[in-house]
Write a protein of this length. Structure first.
Length: 94
């Protein structure tokens, strides 16, 4: 029963980790896009659509980032980095 729980927990963890990586990949172009307006350029309609999509993707990450924003949350950064490390599973298998 414990083994089944651990397998289930690992599957959930893997799924969530992949979700975070996918969402972070969507948000990479957010800063240059936001800085366009600050630098005096205007957003085109395509830029506005992309901006909305990236902000929605960022909102999907908020449950994972909340512990970092809590008091003492900086202490969770090493744990978050370990959890998100893609190479960790390769090292554990080897």
């Amino acid at each position: 029963m414990l083994k089944r729980f651990l397998v289930y927990w690992n599957a959930i963890s893997t799924r969530d980790r992949q979700h975070v990586h996918a969402e972070m990949g969507k948000v990479r172009g957010l800063m240059p896009l936001m800085m366009q307006h600050r630098n005096g350029e205007t957003w085109t309609s395509d830029d506005r659509v992309k901006l909305i999509q990236e902000l929605r993707a960022l909102a999907g990450l908020s449950p994972y980032l909340v512990p970092i924003l809590l008091p003492g949350g900086i202490l969770f950064l090493p744990l978050l980095a370990w959890w998100m490390d893609r190479r960790r599973t390769d090292r554990e298998i080897s």
